[in-house]
Unconditional design. Structure first.
Length: 332
């Protein structure tokens, strides 16, 4: 690093040191933020060995209780699920009955843990939502493996994009990732339909590729309505439409939606512009208009697809299909 100092500047050694530190601060390559205050910093040491990523990394899920991170990747002759420690050490992988993972979610209850995966493959395992043990043992299959479904049949999926499971066992599924179905479905813990909403379209409660789903503590279900470039919100008890946000997504639609650990913000991935948007989360009541608090601009062609948040540490994990990696951002 070369500092070009005008001859007229009479700097002491302390002054040179101060200038050097300020220049180093200006060259923070971890991320480029548009907001006034940096909220996260890239953990450049996660994972410890990036070479374990051998396919396209489509999804990531955090087990905050056991301090584990699950990564779903695609490709020929690659392990479909990788498991890392919170510190970034590779632990193990598994591959059974997983064809093309799209979304992944970890559920911890008082007695057990399980990993849920949406599979959008067109082969004998595809068009399903599956529950696994942490070691990869298949425990439950929703949908008919290998058969794309109709929107008229609740448990017949067509490229289901993502799943979110509450501790009560209630299940929220956004279906599908470019298939015939464009809907949000809520199931009970015994896999019975509670409510179903959505058809293909641009109107209120309609979807064009519902791509990600999450639930807040105030009884609201948040859906990234990707190709309509908006987030839609529903009542988790009734399925009633509560509102939508679109003004924050004029440049690109939302691909992923997750709350921060304190539920003050929403982390939204925007794949085509390689950006994470940090939006203010509204309190109980009307969702109002979206407010973009901050952004992080990722490198070109990174293509952030889905994200997850460690609800204990607050760390944000980003699955990037362009860069074929998962990156970890830690809150400051």
């Amino acid at each position: 690093l070369i500092l070009l100092i005008p001859p007229s500047w009479d700097l002491t050694a302390k002054g040179y040191l101060f200038l050097y530190v300020q220049v180093l601060k200006a060259f923070d390559y971890s991320s480029t933020w548009k907001g006034q205050q940096q909220m996260y910093k890239l953990d450049i040491g996660w994972p410890k060995v990036p070479e374990y990523f051998t396919g396209q990394t489509f999804c990531v899920a955090v087990d905050s209780l056991h301090r584990l991170v699950y990564v779903g990747q695609r490709g020929d002759n690659v392990p479909k699920v990788l498991v890392f420690s919170e510190e970034g050490y590779f632990l193990y992988s598994w591959n059974n009955t997983v064809e093309m993972p799209h979304g992944i979610f970890v559920l911890n209850t008082a007695t057990d843990s399980s990993v849920w995966i949406t599979d959008v493959g067109t082969g004998k395992y595809g068009h399903t939502v599956k529950q696994y043990s942490p070691s990869g043992k298949l425990m439950q299959v929703l949908g008919t493996p290998g058969n794309a479904g109709s929107s008229l049949i609740p448990l017949q999926f067509d490229q289901p994009a993502e799943v979110f499971v509450e501790e009560s066992g209630d299940i929220y599924i956004v279906d599908g990732d470019g298939g015939m179905n464009n809907r949000l479905l809520k199931l009970s813990n015994d896999y019975k339909e509670i409510w179903l909403t959505g058809t293909n379209g641009t109107g209120i409660g309609q979807f064009k590729i519902p791509h990600s789903v999450t639930v807040d503590p105030f009884g609201r279900v948040w859906v990234a309505d990707r190709d309509n470039r908006r987030i839609q919100v529903f009542d988790k008890v009734t399925g009633e439409w509560l509102g939508s946000w679109s003004s924050c997504f004029s440049e690109d639609g939302p691909y992923s939606v997750r709350f921060t650990a304190n539920y003050k913000y929403l982390i939204v991935a925007q794949l085509n512009i390689n950006r994470l948007a940090i939006l203010a989360a509204p309190p109980v009541g009307s969702i109002g208009d979206c407010i973009m608090v901050n952004t992080v601009q990722l490198a070109d062609e990174t293509k952030p697809h889905l994200v997850d948040v460690d609800m204990k540490s607050g760390a944000v994990y980003v699955a990037e299909i362009g860069a074929q990696q998962v990156q970890k951002y830690i809150p400051l």
